[in-house]
Design a protein around this ligand. Sequence first.
Ligand code: HEM
Length: 90
Amino acid sequence: GVPSLIRVTPSMLKQHNGRKGKLAWSSYEGKVYNITPYLPFHPGGEGELRRVAGKDGRKLFMEVHPWVNWENMLGECVVGIMVAEGEGQD
Ligand code: HEM
């Protein structure tokens, strides 16, 4: 079905840093992705992918492999859209 996207503020994104049992989220061009299930499968290693957990991953991603299509790979893992602080939902 159509996934319901949640509204994610910068502070909510930061909380999902993949540490202490928390999910790892990363944003890319205004969309927020749950990268947790992909961590063990990342060809560049889990540690490298964890560097973008809780952050906007676009810059680092593009520095390393601009030929990889983030949206194609993680389209199923989209959880929300970035909104301004105070306009989110938990
Ligand atoms: C390799 C996906 C984020 C570092 C790869 C490859 C894919 C991939 C498909 C293989 C590319 C190829 O062989 O042409 C992704 C996805 C990401 C992501 C979907 C975001 C969610 C990152 C980040 C970093 C990184 C943030 C660095 C901080 C690397 C490195 C390799 C690699 C170093 C090369 C591994 C090797 O060939 O030995 N990644 N990646 N990736 N990735 Fe990522």
